[in-house]
Design a binder for this molecule. Structure first.
Ligand code: NAG
Ligand code: NAG
Ligand code: NAG
Length: 539
């Protein structure tokens, strides 16, 4: 009798806390739409072989309890060593599919199917490079920036959980869009050929860890709070300026001022960098200048008219390692796209947006920390969180979604990545369509229409474009409940769907924030510290 009572109390407690936490989660999460994963709930639960598991999942929200196992960020040392030896032996295989970005950035080879007309291609303005972001990755990061061409060489296209019948044996960054034909984007996945829990080396991309700066130690020593105090204007006043929301500001119809963005000095920094890279390549000890990562960043420029230019920097990682709550890991996915946006008006940087999960915060340009040391002055510093790579303006802990800091991102002054040393640049022509982007893109564009909308910048006329137009997910579909790797507690999955590509990130946004109507320009880092990842003021 005593045991029965205790048993019932435990069950009631579990159910009560499940509902309480689910309600809280619903209240805090800015995404009011149902996540894609939840739409397939019945089918997903049915994949479990065990009656008890299905019932516990349906009625108590405890899904795959028996699957629980530790999911450490890295494999054990001995296994890792063995893996590395194999990598060295098969290096040809591993890197065989990677495209030579240096060739592309330098304007060489590549398929010519949709080459831009080099005479009309636009430059990357020098002011975009002069104010390019600097990204502090986490010091103990296990999942470094990845090269999309290498990523694609390790995946197989899938429709839901089955292999796609494709016309080519392999796909690459130039022809990835061919997968679109006849398929729905939401059913398409780039499924890892390896079991991600084995942590194959490409998933961590340790070879793309940025090269340390020779002067980093000195810079750390003279450490002081250097970000400019920004006290002369309040956020509300900034938000009245026309550049904050050109779509909500009259006059509405105005021609883009693209011609004013032309500049002569573009690319010089990178060219000289390339030269020094070529020289340094002969001495393996110095593979590049400080801040350089062999994985290119993707720079996408969107001219919003009235002198407003949005410079989107996209960062790709092959894996997003979720956060642990009470030692249980949630939210892993293959493929991870993050971005930051710097909004310029007539060449003057005004705001920086930091993407984080489904939200992110926007700051006045003058309010964020700036880089120190030669070539880094006056450039905004961003912090990329361990595992999730969400971007923040400060080092430290950043709670999200769940209350009491149960789920928190961590950032610190780890290796500094300078994406301006290795990037592929494009111009993207989209109307200002706040929050409409993903939906308003027609399902099938001809190559010539695509060429009108996305153009490589003149510094890399042969830049690949197929990857941009691919409409599916960049990683595996969330594993089935019957899969040993999967679980779900309190509505949080161990593995979720891989994300969609950069063109679904609301590039036509009017206000600098990625999501929705709510967008506050924070005037200082101090102000950001009191905000959650969706910009709400913390109580
Ligand atoms: C993929 O799964 C979804 C949800 O179960 C389903 O609606 C869709 O028809 C499936 N598509 C394909 C091509 O299997
Ligand atoms: C795969 O595609 C080929 C040619 O496009 C076709 O002949 C074949 O029947 C397809 N197989 C399946 C299983 O759909
Ligand atoms: C962008 O596209 C629109 C409509 O498709 C076109 O009228 C305009 O000229 C394009 N702008 C540029 C800068 O290419």
């Amino acid at each position: 009798m005593f045991y029965l009572r205790r048993f019932i109390i435990v069950i009631v407690l579990i159910v009560a806390s499940y509902f309480a936490l689910t309600a809280l989660h619903k209240h805090l999460d800015p995404n009011k739409h149902k996540p894609d994963e939840a739409r397939e709930d019945a089918r997903w639960i049915a994949t479990s072989q065990h009656w008890l598991d299905r019932q516990a999942c349906r009625w108590m929200g405890l899904c795959g309890l028996s699957h629980y196992h530790p999911d450490p960020a890295a494999r054990s040392w001995s296994k890792k060593r063995a893996g590395q030896d194999i990598l060295l032996e098969h290096e040809e295989d591993v890197y065989g599919e990677r495209i030579d970005w240096e060739e592309i950035i330098g304007g060489g080879g590549g398929p010519s199917e949709w080459d831009g007309d080099e005479r009309v291609l636009k430059d990357v303005p020098q002011f975009v490079l002069d104010h390019a972001p600097l990204v502090h990755l986490y010091s103990k990061e296990e999942f470094w920036p990845s090269d999309i061409s290498e990523h694609i060489s390790h995946i197989t296209p899938y429709l839901n959980h089955t292999k796609m019948n494709t016309s080519r044996p392999r796909h690459n960054v130039h022809d990835l869009h061919e997968l679109n034909s006849g398929n729905q984007g939401k059913a398409m996945f780039l499924h890892s050929k390896d079991d991600v829990e084995q942590r194959p080396d490409w998933l961590g991309s340790a070879h793309n860890k940025p090269i340390p700066y020779p002067d980093e130690a000195e810079v750390e020593e003279e450490e002081v709070d250097t970000y400019t105090e920004f006290t002369d204007k309040k956020s509300k006043e900034i938000e009245k300026e026309f550049w904050f929301d050109p779509d909500g500001f009259a006059p509405k119809q105005s021609p883009p001022l693209s011609s004013s963005f032309r500049s002569q000095s573009t690319g010089r920094r990178r060219l000289s960098m390339k030269k020094s890279l070529k020289q340094k390549r002969r001495t393996p000890a110095l593979p590049g200048p400080g801040g350089y990562s062999p994985a290119p960043a993707h720079l996408v420029l969107v001219d919003k008219g009235n002198g407003i230019l949005d410079a989107f920097w996209f960062y790709f990682y092959s894996y997003n390692l979720g956060t642990t709550v009470l030692n249980v890991r949630f939210g892993n996915h293959v493929g991870d796209w993050e971005h930051s946006l710097i909004r310029f008006v007539d060449g003057v940087p005004k705001a920086v947006f930091f993407s984080a999960h489904s939200g992110g915060l926007a700051y006045a340009y003058n309010g964020v920390e700036k880089g120190k040391g030669k070539g880094r002055e006056n450039r905004p510093v961003l912090y990329s969180a361990m595992g999730s790579h969400a971007m923040y303006a400060t080092p430290g802990k950043h709670p999200y979604v769940l209350p009491f800091g149960l789920l928190a991102d961590v950032t610190d002054k780890g290796p500094l990545w300078d994406p301006a040393l290795n990037y592929v640049a494009y111009h993207y022509n989209t109307s200002i369509t706040h929050n409409q982007d993903a939906k308003s893109i027609p399902n099938s564009l001809s190559i010539s229409q695509m060429k009108d909308v996305l153009q490589p910048a003149s510094c890399n006329p042969k830049a690949p474009m197929g990857w941009w137009w691919y409409k599916g997910h960049w990683g595996d579909k969330f594993y089935e409940l019957g899969d040993f790797r999967q679980w779900r507690f309190v509505g949080q999955y161990h593995y979720v769907n891989g994300p969609y590509g950069p063109r679904y990130k609301n590039l036509g946004r009017s206000k600098p924030c990625q999501s929705g109507d709510r967008c506050t320009i924070l005037e200082s880092i101090e102000q950001g510290k009191g905000r959650s990842w969706v910009g709400r003021r913390r109580r």
